[in-house]
Design a binder for this molecule. Structure first.
Ligand SMILES: NC(=O)C1=CN([C@@H]2O[C@H](COP(=O)(O)OP(=O)(O)OC[C@H]3O[C@@H](n4cnc5c(N)ncnc54)[C@H](OP(=O)(O)O)[C@@H]3O)[C@@H](O)[C@H]2O)C=CC1
Ligand SMILES: Nc1nc(=O)c2c([nH]1)NC[C@@H]1CN(c3ccc(C(=O)N[C@@H](CCC(=O)O)C(=O)O)cc3)C=[N+]21
Length: 300
């Protein structure tokens, strides 16, 4: 491996330290405790893992964590009523509704019912519009975490060719907006892109957010490029024993690390940064709600 490893786990710990410092100041100087409410509908085991670790890290940073677990068959009206209650609750500064929702629930409707000021995922149409027009918004956590690592590694990103593979509303599109905001020349690739290997080879910054285990091989990477692997894929790992699994990203790590200048691992890359940015967004939302100075360096 010749690439520099971008250690998302260590970076996320530093972000959480900054968050915790600011939380201490809010409590000591203003008597305010930021609160994050996480809503989980159904019993998807992967989602339960994320929700648990979000709750734990929220409390470790000195904030209040409110977890709401609803049955998989919860009627839409009940979920909307819970969101309305959280919107009105002064102890709740951030609301996250874990996605995907069960199929009978309209996720656009639910997300857009969240008070945009409490939308710490940055998925509400108001925040999407604000981000797209370069105005102050809540920035989606995963792309924000990627941006923080890229800025830290490169300083300025101005003029770099960035290729984002994936165009979802939660990762690909907001990632592209942030990179455009940094004056990158941005290409968004997806399942209909012609000659994806050639498109990827033009990237100085390659962000993979596809959901296909190890789909990007080393020979799609420009020598020296920075590779950000957003993918979280659980695959069978018979080498670890019968029935065992392991996590891999959307890039074939060894092959890409041999060519890239820098690369994020999976696990320990973008994932921990996503949760750290969720905590950062909660503090930011709390400060904005109270007309107080926001922590520096924790948003886009
Ligand atoms: N680390 C973290 O914190 C997070 C990780 N993730 C992970 O990131 C990955 C992507 O998540 P998400 O954006 O929600 O996924 P989606 O399924 O919503 O989007 C996947 C995107 O990849 C594109 N795509 C699919 N197949 C190909 C292909 N063969 N070639 C090129 N593009 C393709 C799709 O294109 P099209 O639009 O044309 O269908 C789509 O735009 C997943 O592994 C997910 O688990 C997600 C959120 C947070
Ligand atoms: N409203 C909403 N917002 C989200 O941000 C959101 C969501 N729904 N639904 C699911 C995806 C996925 N996601 C991850 C967060 C952290 C890790 C993470 O910490 N991963 C660890 C490994 C964890 C493990 O071992 O399973 C790592 O990469 O090192 C992964 C994935 C947030 N998402």
């Amino acid at each position: 491996m010749s690439a520099t490893l971008i250690d998302g786990k260590a970076f996320a710990a530093r972000v959480r330290d900054k968050v915790a410092d600011h939380v201490t100041r809010l409590r000591e100087e203003h008597g305010i405790v930021p609160g994050l409410a996480v809503v989980l509908v159904g019993e998807d085991p992967a989602s339960q893992v994320y929700v648990r670790s979000k709750g734990k890290q929220t409390v470790e940073c000195g904030m209040a964590s409110f977890e709401h677990k609803l049955d998989a068959d919860t009627p839409e009206a009940d979920l909307l009523a819970l969101v309305a209650k959280l919107n009105a609750d002064p102890e709740v500064h951030g609301i996250l509704v874990q996605l995907p929702l069960p199929a009978h629930l309209d996720s656009d409707l639910v997300i857009n019912s969240i008070d945009p000021a409490k939308d710490v995922d940055g998925f509400h149409i108001s925040n999407v519009g604000l981000l797209g027009t370069g105005q102050k918004s809540m920035v989606p956590c995963t792309p924000l975490g990627c941006l923080m690592m890229l800025r830290d590694h490169h300083g300025s990103l101005s003029g770099m060719n960035a290729v984002v593979v994936g165009r979802s509303n939660i990762v690909g599109k907001p990632m592209a907006q942030l990179l455009l905001g940094e004056s990158c020349t941005v290409t968004i690739a997806h399942s209909r892109t012609k000659d994806l290997p050639e498109v990827c080879r033009r990237a100085d910054i390659l962000v993979a957010a596809v959901g296909r285990p190890e789909m990007i091989p080393g020979d799609w990477v420009k020598p020296g490029a920075t590779v950000i692997d957003v993918g979280i894929n659980r695959i069978d790992a018979p080498e670890k024993g019968a029935g065992k699994t392991r996590l891999v990203g959307d890039v074939a790590f060894d092959g890409c690390a041999a060519v890239a200048g820098a690369i994020t691992p999976v696990p320990g890359g973008v994932g921990p940064m996503t949760i750290a940015c969720l905590l950062a967004n909660t503090v930011t939302a709390c400060c904005r709600a109270n007309g107080l100075a926001e922590p520096e360096g924790l948003t886009a």
